[in-house]
Design a protein around this ligand. Sequence first.
Ligand SMILES: *[C@@H]1O[C@H](CO)[C@@H](O)[C@H](O)[C@H]1NC(C)=O
Ligand SMILES: *[C@@H]1O[C@H](CO)[C@@H](O)[C@H](O)[C@H]1NC(C)=O
Ligand SMILES: *[C@@H]1O[C@H](CO)[C@@H](O)[C@H](O)[C@H]1NC(C)=O
Ligand SMILES: *[C@@H]1O[C@H](CO)[C@@H](O)[C@H](O)[C@H]1NC(C)=O
Ligand SMILES: *[C@@H]1O[C@H](CO)[C@@H](O)[C@H](O)[C@H]1NC(C)=O
Ligand SMILES: *[C@@H]1O[C@H](CO)[C@@H](O)[C@H](O)[C@H]1NC(C)=O
Ligand SMILES: *[C@@H]1O[C@H](CO)[C@@H](O)[C@H](O)[C@H]1NC(C)=O
Ligand SMILES: *[C@@H]1O[C@H](CO)[C@@H](O)[C@H](O)[C@H]1NC(C)=O
Length: 309
Amino acid sequence: MKDMMICAAIIFSLSEAWSQDPGTNQSISVNSSTSSPEGFVVRNLAFNLGSEVNLDCSNKTWNEMMFVTWTIKLKNKECRIGYSNEGLSDDLCNDGKSLRNTTSAKSYLHIPNFSNNDVGVYKCESVYTGGNDNYLIHVNITVGPSSLSAWFEFKDNKMVAVCKAEGGKPAASISWSQPGNSSSVETASSHGFFTVESRLELLEGMDKENLSCAIRHPYWKGLRILTPINLLKKGYIPWLCILIVAVIMLLAGFLLFAHKKLKTLRRCQQTETSPSKSPPTGDVEEVEPYASYVQRVNSIYCSSADLFT
Ligand SMILES: *[C@@H]1O[C@H](CO)[C@@H](O)[C@H](O)[C@H]1NC(C)=O
Ligand SMILES: *[C@@H]1O[C@H](CO)[C@@H](O)[C@H](O)[C@H]1NC(C)=O
Ligand SMILES: *[C@@H]1O[C@H](CO)[C@@H](O)[C@H](O)[C@H]1NC(C)=O
Ligand SMILES: *[C@@H]1O[C@H](CO)[C@@H](O)[C@H](O)[C@H]1NC(C)=O
Ligand SMILES: *[C@@H]1O[C@H](CO)[C@@H](O)[C@H](O)[C@H]1NC(C)=O
Ligand SMILES: *[C@@H]1O[C@H](CO)[C@@H](O)[C@H](O)[C@H]1NC(C)=O
Ligand SMILES: *[C@@H]1O[C@H](CO)[C@@H](O)[C@H](O)[C@H]1NC(C)=O
Ligand SMILES: *[C@@H]1O[C@H](CO)[C@@H](O)[C@H](O)[C@H]1NC(C)=O
């Protein structure tokens, strides 16, 4: 029973994962600005995986601006990109990040296709005639859960509905369509991804048919709704699972059969070719047609006999 449940849950979550669309590629900012001691304004931002990111550092245009420098501290490297109004430019990052101008000639840092490698601390210093703007921007990434699943199970003689979102960053939040005693457990993987599992205890007389869970994540525009699959219904047979297992067994059987036959065929070919390598001498030449005839008959006999036993 447990195996079936796991199998069905896997199939279900697979189909769920396939049907997922990537959601928006818009940036999501976690606002919070505080002044740090050195006159840097600290910002925390998070962006969606794969999005185009533009970070700005000052509102001044190149009319007043003298230079701008980004010092970027990433997980595995530290690099600098800068530009001065005298035309001196600097790009030690060489990873696609670039300085660009808005139509109104304000400078900003452009990151194409935001990924895990771009997570880090971006320090920006810009100097203009009469002052400067300095920012310390903590840039984080938002990644949607890689798989969603929901099912019913028995625990301690109680029916429980379970809803699970795996591999998101930050953690997804799960809620149920009906009130009840639910508990949520978050587990973090080594790479900072979160798996959230919410369990709802079902009470007598609860409407199981219309029960669903809603999963929210900042990576998505809306929410995802799942209906737990009822593996405990009387007479439930996981046909899909049985079918898949049957197909796999059939395939494995066929491969084994084919492999065996190939081996016997090869053996037969070897017995066929080895005698014909005898060095040609005057006497043998007359005998050869007969010899090769015997060999061919032998090989036919060998292969047909081997193949059909
Ligand atoms: C990101 O969104 C913009 C519009 O908001 C769209 O033009 C662009 O193709 C999207 N990029 C990706 C990688 O989805
Ligand atoms: C920034 O976020 C905090 C909560 O984290 C919120 O209270 C505050 O109103 C937000 N500020 C702005 C300007 O949106
Ligand atoms: C640019 O100006 C706007 C409005 O004056 C302000 O809200 C914003 O924080 C400024 N940005 C920077 C980088 O100084
Ligand atoms: C941005 O504008 C400045 C001043 O006009 C110019 O020197 C610089 O080349 C521009 N940068 C880009 C990337 O277009
Ligand atoms: C963004 O990067 C990922 C992996 O590095 C790649 O698969 C994808 O095609 C890229 N997208 C764009 C729009 O360049
Ligand atoms: C990025 O966000 C995750 C949660 O989404 C958090 O655990 C992590 O500490 C953040 N990293 C940084 C460098 O702020
Ligand atoms: C909710 O469930 C927990 C553990 O499953 C249990 O300890 C608690 O008493 C339950 N609360 C209610 C109101 O049923
Ligand atoms: C489920 O919802 C539908 C429509 O809202 C309703 O007609 C039906 O009676 C509900 N099922 C149960 C078992 O309450």
